[in-house]
Design a protein around this ligand. Structure first.
Ligand code: FMN
Length: 348
């Protein structure tokens, strides 16, 4: 399994090298961000003193993600990883989002600003980057404490998003929506094609969710909709889905006030901050996102859990029972292009 991108050594940071080399090093952290179906829908362009972040529309999933909502969220997560890595190496990142007005795939220009000491919080988030995993297993019995949930809510808030903790009485609804969404999605041929292309893939690939990922073989989020179609599968999915949602130590919904590209980029940064903060507490998360992929079910989630806002992710959070393997990534070099801007009259 190609896991080399995860093996970054801090002492390799080129402290005295030109900015471009330093930024290239930081991109190595950005590519470890979580992304929908591990599509890694990002590209980076390295200039003399800046790195440009682009969404890669070729990696969009038009069946599962027709508006690109999760694509922009995934890029937001990569941007947040890059921000935290910059702080760790002692630079305040200077970020200009939507440098071309927001109509194309150009998300942000990132420069390294003045030297600054990272805060303790930034250091905790940084040290979580290489430890974070999406954990689809059942969690340990240890509850997630009220103060941990409060801290996760504050983490989302710092990035302009709301995190809402689901109550016990919300869980039967979540279980029903999860199963119903699986059933609806399974009827769409475009979705089925994308599940086949990106869910449970060959473990030698460096994108997609590997079929060796823990518990993909049983009824887990990415594969559950497949199993709904097997004889007796629906009853099994329904039962397992309800059990897992009932048993989850904590379930939260990430929501935003708007539902457009800037909001999805913010949601991705908020999601990433929440995931890294959770990792720093020794927690892990898994997604129950398919209810948000069916419009009328997403509306019901909003109405019950976050009225007046747009739900962007549903997470199960708990203490992982054991350590999961890292999911492969495309190496930073394969998603990065270097351009020479030094002599370009268009670049001041
Ligand atoms: C916006 C977004 C949506 C996601 N939705 C799901 C989901 O519905 N089900 C799931 O199992 N994982 C979901 N994931 C997790 C990805 O599958 C995971 O990040 C990817 O496979 C890489 O694995 P890692 O997070 O362990 O590094 C989502 C991630 C992101 C960023």
């Amino acid at each position: 399994m190609p896991t080399q991108p995860w093996d970054i050594h801090e002492h390799d940071f080129p402290r005295t090298a030109p900015r471009r080399e330093q930024l290239a090093f930081l991109v190595e952290y950005a590519v470890l961000a979580p992304s929908t179906y591990n599509t890694q829908p990002w590209r980076f362009v390295l200039e003399e003193d800046a790195v440009q972040l682009y969404a890669d529309p070729d990696r969009m999933l038009p069946g599962l993600d027709p508006d690109g909502r999760e694509l922009w969220m995934s890029c937001g997560a990569a941007l947040f990883h890059l921000r935290i890595a910059a702080h760790h190496y002692g630079y305040a990142p200077v970020i200009r989002t939507w440098p071309d007005g927001g109509e194309d795939n150009h998300i942000a220009t990132i420069r390294l600003g003045p030297a600054c000491e990272p805060t303790l919080r930034q250091e905790h988030l940084f040290s979580a980057i290489q430890k974070r995993r999406t954990v689809r297993d059942d969690f340990d019995d240890r509850p997630v404490s009220g103060s941990e949930v409060e801290r996760l809510i504050r983490a989302a808030d710092r990035e302009g998003a709301d995190l809402v903790a689901a109550s016990r009485s919300d869980r039967p609804y979540l279980a029903e929506w999860s199963v119903e969404a699986g059933r609806v999605l399974a009827t769409d041929p475009a979705v089925r094609k994308e599940w086949a292309a990106w869910g449970a893939v060959d473990p030698d690939r460096n994108d997609g969710v590997p079929r060796t990922s823990r518990h993909l073989g049983v009824l887990r989020t990415h594969t559950a909709p497949f199993l709904v179609r097997l004889p007796g599968g629906f009853t099994r999915v329904a039962a397992e889905s309800s059990e897992r949602i009932e048993a989850a130590p904590c379930i939260v919904v990430l929501a935003t006030r708007q539902d457009d590209r800037p909001a999805w980029l913010d949601a991705g940064q908020a999601l990433d901050r929440v995931l890294l903060q959770a990792t720093a507490f020794g927690l892990a998360a898994s997604f129950i996102n398919h209810p948000l992929k069916v419009d009328w079910i997403r509306d019901q989630v909003a109405e019950r859990l976050c009225p007046g806002r747009f739900p962007q992710a549903i997470l199960r959070i708990g203490v992982p029972a054991d350590r999961s393997d890292a999911t492969p990534r495309r190496p930073a070099g394969s998603v990065t292009e270097t351009v020479d801007t030094a002599d370009d009259p268009l670049y001041p």
